[in-house]
Design a protein around this ligand. Sequence first.
Ligand SMILES: [Zn+2]
Length: 91
Amino acid sequence: MVMMSPLIGLEGLGGAAPVGAELRDAMGYMTAMGRCFGCGRTFSFNPVRVPSFKGEPVCEGCMTLVNEKRKAAGLVPHPIMDGAYGAEEVA
Ligand SMILES: [Zn+2]
């Protein structure tokens, strides 16, 4: 069996607001900061729109990687809603 990210085979990624995320109001819409479920990177996102798993957000980089793997495996890519990610990134 080929080892892949545990995110690859997940179903049910959705817009559940991450638990424990620090919410703040920026530019009139809700932005949250949190750690990516996949890579642990801190990033900003819209808690309503960001793909998440078990209440933990998944960053754009991981979603891109996951979707490439899913497509390669013949699976349907997870949708990523417009505005899921904030403009700023925190290293
Ligand atoms: Zn990530």
